[in-house]
Design a protein around this ligand. Structure first.
Ligand code: 6R9
Length: 664
């Protein structure tokens, strides 16, 4: 496995040691060496890193290699095609929602398409620094659109295609986008999503609120005349969903077809040479206030970090076929589907569909079809598939798999073991990667330390603080913070630097505060215990909801569990649990007793749940994170749940309210 020990001898020693300014300088040198692997139009001079992490000393800022100029798209495509001679290598295998619908694109084809679309954007008046909103399904044109923005120095703001018109409108307005790229429609499983219709609703709302957005470019995807299957359109089953006559709402004053604009665009396009600290993209992530925050990443640092973390966390080898199942609408898709793999000249799978369509073996059939070697997914997907048992997995060979990755939430032991034993047949290391939209990969896990994240990634210096902001040594549990920047950390919240400082730097001056809880064991390994707001204090004992959830999940009947804190007259707080069950199990008084016993035996009597409610499903964000904020309200019977439009399954909330435990 590639890990800290494999590179730059000074890495591991420094990573585990204490941090000083000298350490920061040493890391700057380390990244300077890595920077030499990339193309810079103007080389860097002066200090690699300048920063202030301490709000009491002035404005927070982070600058890596400011003054050097480059273009990230040039590094991902032109350099791989021209210098590294990878032009004929497959950049992406595209696997459509419908089995049998697929395509592939080489590095040189991708370069040509990106240049064409960059020219299209320029011809529409898009300039360096402009914001472009992208609202698209998981299709190749999405990658083309984002890289075309990067090529001309425009900032992409990608909005996950599962978001509502309101969410899209809010994001377009927040960063003042001047153009939207979208698609006609697509299928997710057997559900038709009329994307253009939703986009139009959002654009109408934006117009009413005075948005300057006047142009919309639309990919004809579901309505395309030619399919990738033998170049012909077959409307007969099983490909009946491929070439439908989609009624795309059309506004001639602002809408333009992608294919019409592309047909006359040149395949050559001079990149915009950007400063290393120029803005690359904005990506919205949910904030505790309910209003999304526009996380901003910059060109140079993000390029170095996405490339390097991809290379080492997944032990990238040139012959790999890599599959990250995340949507490009999330940071995981940005970093580990587009930027990281392409910077390394890797071949990836881009999957449009869902893990359960047309059946629950789809993931493994795709793994076999493309001989996927490195597979990266989220605990929520693992638990979903686990619920359906081993048979759908074992029907497929999976012998190409070498490394399995997990991201997004703490992975519970049950899911980890299933992933390791059933999916990887005990021969594939499981890397659990903890990170945030704000940080890009900040840690990595390696085999042999199940469930722990082991040590941090290069340049990341964590600390664990207590409530008073004191650093805890040795075995400890508390707030996870970082002591110094690394290249891939965010630079600000777009248009709101003050909120950036308040959210991440105010609580503990001198540190970046992740908002996650963490413990360090006697071996120095790090374990994420969940969001800080997911901690609870029962009779003076600090418990993490994640550990109680893990105990519940070890019961054979439970497929998912979410635990929240509930006020208790004696204990201060107590545990209110929501459980979903595996197929074939019933929620009975007997089961409730068994579950309580299980938690008591696993953690101790202090953790015995007071309430257990059956949930047919749990409310989740569209990236699969359980929204415990809403579950807390349900437990308290507080109907004021706030904005639920960004949930994947808002309908479940009413059901959960109606079936609450009696908490008098
Ligand atoms: C990449 C991504 C960030 C939050 C983060 C933490 C949780 C992510 C995790 C994990 C435990 C892991 N998180 N990975 N918790 N183990 N391997 O998910 O970014 O959407 O911004 O979420 O997700 O709570 O603070 P983002």
């Amino acid at each position: 496995m590639g890990c800290q020990g494999d590179t730059a001898g000074r890495g591991p020693r420094l990573l585990r040691g204490d941090t000083t300014h000298a350490l920061a300088v040493a890391f700057a040198e380390f990244w300077g060496d890595i920077a030499k692997e990339f193309y810079w139009k103007r080389q860097h001079t002066g200090p690699f890193l300048k920063y202030n992490f301490d709000v009491t000393k002035g404005k927070i800022f982070i600058e890596w290699m400011k003054g050097a100029t480059t273009n990230i798209c040039y590094n991902l495509l032109d350099r791989n095609v021209n210098e590294k001679k990878l032009g004929d290598k497959i950049a992406f295998y595209w696997e459509g929602n419908e089995p049998g619908d697929s395509a592939k694109i080489t590095y040189s084809e991708l370069l040509h398409k990106v240049c064409q679309f960059a020219n299209v954007l320029r011809s529409q008046g898009v300039k360096k620094g402009d914001r472009i909103s992208i609202y698209m399904p998981m299709i190749l044109e999405l990658v083309v659109a984002m890289l075309a923005c990067a090529r001309i120095g425009a900032l992409h703001s990608i909005v996950f295609a599962g978001f509502s018109a309101d969410s899209l409108c809010e994001r377009i307005l927040d960063c003042g986008c001047s153009l939207l790229v979208t698609a006609d429609a697509f299928y997710r499983g057997d559900k038709l999503i009329s994307l253009k219709q939703i986009a139009d609703e959002a654009l109408q709302k934006c117009k009413d609120k005075g948005s300057p957005l006047k142009k919309c470019i639309v990919v004809k995807h579901l309505g395309r005349e030619e399919t990738a299957v033998d170049g012909t359109c077959s409307k007969s089953p099983p490909l009946k969903r491929l070439c439908q006559d989609v009624q795309t709402p059309w506004n001639p004053a602002m809408d333009m077809w992608w294919h019409e604009l592309m047909s006359s665009a040149s395949t050559e396009c001079e990149p915009e040479w950007c400063d290393a600290e120029d803005e690359l993209f904005i990506l919205y992530t949910s904030g505790s206030t309910g209003k999304p925050k526009g996380v901003l990443h910059t060109v140079g640092g993000y390029m170095l970090y996405a490339a390097t973390s991809f290379k080492y966390v997944f032990d990238y080898q040139p012959e790999d076929v890599y599959w990250c199942t995340a949507d490009i609408g999330w940071i995981t898709g940005h970093s580990y589907l587009t930027y990281g793999p392409l910077a390394n000249g890797a071949t990836s799978v881009l999957f449009e569909g869902v893990p359960t369509y047309p059946d629950v073996g789809r993931m493994w059939s795709v793994v076999d079809k493309y001989k996927v070697t490195k597979f990266y997914t989220a605990p929520t997907a693992i638990r979903l598939l686990m619920k359906h048992g081993e048979e759908p997995v074992k029907k497929h060979s999976r012998k190409s798999l070498k490394v399995l990755g997990s991201v997004g939430e703490p992975i519970n032991p049950e899911a980890w073991l299933w992933y390791y034993r059933v999916v990887g047949e005990e021969r594939c290391p499981v890397v659990d990667t903890f990170w945030q939209t704000e940080t890009v990969s900040s840690r990595l896990g390696v085999a042999g330390a199940p469930l722990s994240l082991t040590f941090p990634f290069f340049g990341v210096v964590p600390a664990i603080l207590n409530e008073s902001g004191e650093e805890l040594e040795g075995e400890a549990e508390g707030y996870l913070v970082f002591k110094q920047p690394w290249p891939g950390i965010m630079r600000t919240l777009y248009g709101n630097h003050q909120q950036f400082e308040t959210t991440y730097f105010k609580k503990f001056p001198g540190y970046y505060v992740t908002g996650d809880g963490c413990k360090r064991d006697k071996d120095g390994y790090y374990w994420i215990t969940g969001r800080i707001d997911d901690m609870l204090n029962v009779s003076g004992h600090l418990l993490s909801t994640a550990e109680v959830e893990s105990a519940l999940l070890e019961h054979a009947a439970v497929s998912e569990a979410a635990v929240v804190s509930h006020p208790h007259p004696l204990k201060g707080e107590c545990l209110y649990c929501f459980v979903t069950l595996r197929d074939g199990h019933e929620f009975t008084k007997n089961l409730t007793d068994e579950l309580k016993k299980q938690v008591r035996e696993k953690i101790g009597p202090i953790a015995t749940p007071d309430y257990i409610q059956y949930a047919p499903s749990l409310p989740k964000t569209r990236s699969g994170k359980i929204t415990r904020r809403i579950l807390r309200k349900i437990a308290k019977n507080d109907q004021d749940v706030g904005d639920i439009s960004t949930l994947a399954n808002p309908g479940i909330i009413k059901h959960l309210f109606n079936n609450r435990c009696d908490t008098k």
